[in-house]
Design a protein around this ligand. Structure first.
Ligand code: TXA
Ligand code: MG
Length: 350
């Protein structure tokens, strides 16, 4: 049975947080909020404990886990070496939504790294996540707390949907701040490489280390089986809602017209239709279930709304979902990266 508790981010002296730390120490599974998405935590250095994560999520065992730390000294213990660029990026963005890939030390089991000689490490800034790591005194391996393939959870309700009855505890800390998973940067090569875009953008990274590359598979707008992403998880179908999601790209008016037309056709044929609009275009759609994801004036609202809106259309049983596209720069790059995967790379240019 899963114990569900609510913890106030400003009040840590709770029995619940102590209990969560105890469960983790003993090798159990606890879902907790971070600033990006909810994580499903287990002792990262205990293969038996992290093995339970794979079972709970239905996650392929070659997909490595991110180890969450609360103390810079952990780097000495978990990595074989900490290159200059890694140190600079950690100092600039930790605690925060950045994951760094290092060569692993022998302390990190291969079961956590999916057999790789590298390890993903992040120091989260969310007070509950941070405090949980500190109090448990262990390093917490934590993927997003969703069933493999589903949209990542941005609220405790999403975790409950996917994990209730399967794990030991779920900590409800309210809706997350960012809503997209951390930026992943590989610092094992001379020029750091972005393996997954996120809230920490290319520009922000460049300001710290000068040069940065992209893993080619990240920028691809088509599904190319020859491009093997360096982050194993990026190759899987991911974030997908149950309905068929299509992205429409073009000028605002043609996108609205095309979506209205497709919606009309599918409704005529008897299907349930969902439309992902923005505050700016919400009133331009008349048919189907229309939801706004956020405002184009502040793309962080769109990032925060993305996974939730996909899950909401699942709950409504939408057969077809039509969405506008977003600018592919800054945070928009992370948004489009998730949206493209959720849509199985299905874009209509109009
Ligand atoms: O924001 C986040 O990063 C959230 C919260 C919970 O911290 N976690 C998260 O974990 O998104 P997950 O497991 O859903 O995604 C981790 C990604 C996967 O694509 C995985 O393949 C990649 O990180 N990864 C982990 N270790 C790696 C490594 N050694 N080399 C390359 N990619 C790695
Ligand atoms: Mg995930």
């Amino acid at each position: 049975k899963t114990k569900i508790v609510t913890i106030d981010s400003n009040d840590f002296n709770t029995m619940e947080l102590k209990e969560a730390a105890e469960i983790l120490k003993k090798g159990g599974l606890v879902a907790f909020p971070t600033e990006t998405v909810y994580g499903l935590g287990a002792d990262g250095l205990n293969p038996e404990a992290s093995g339970k994560i794979y079972a709970a999520k239905g996650r392929p065992s070659d997909n490595p886990l991110i180890i969450h730390i609360a103390d810079f000294n952990a780097l000495n213990e978990l990595t074989a070496d900490c290159p200059e660029n890694g140190r600079k990026l950690a100092e600039a963005f930790w605690p925060g939504p950045l994951t760094l890939i290092f060569n692993k030390s022998s302390k990190v089991p291969y079961s956590t790294t999916g057999g790789l000689d590298t390890v993903a490490i992040r120091m989260p800034s969310h007070p509950i996540a941070y405090e949980l790591i500190r109090r448990s005194g262990i390093y917490i391996a934590a993927p997003s707390a969703n069933v493999s393939g589903r949209p990542s959870p941005t609220k405790a309700e999403h975790v409950i949907e996917d994990m209730n009855g399967i794990i030991d505890m779920i900590i409800n800390g309210g809706k997350v701040e960012i809503g997209l998973e951390s930026t992943i940067v590989d610092v094992t090569s001379k020029i750091p490489a972005i393996l997954r875009p996120g809230y920490i953008t290319e520009e922000m990274i460049k300001q710290v280390v000068g040069e940065v590359e992209y893993d080619k598979a990240v920028l691809s707008r088509v599904q190319d089986p020859d491009l093997k992403p360096k982050a194993p998880g990026m190759k899987y179908k991911h974030y997908a809602p149950k309905g068929d999601l299509t992205i429409y790209e073009g000028n605002t008016k043609s996108v609205i017209d095309a979506i209205n037309k497709s919606a009309e056709e599918k409704l005529q044929a008897g299907f349930k239709v969902g439309i992902i609009a923005t505050d700016e275009t919400f009133s331009s759609y008349q048919k189907g279930s229309v939801k706004t994801i956020g405002t184009r004036k502040d793309e962080s609202t769109i990032a925060r709304g993305l996974f939730e809106i996909l899950r909401d259309f699942d709950s409504e049983g939408a057969d077809y979902i039509f969405t506008e596209s977003f600018e592919n720069n800054r945070l928009g790059q992370a948004i489009m990266n998730r949206l493209l995967k959720a849509a199985g790379y299905h874009i209509e240019k109009v």
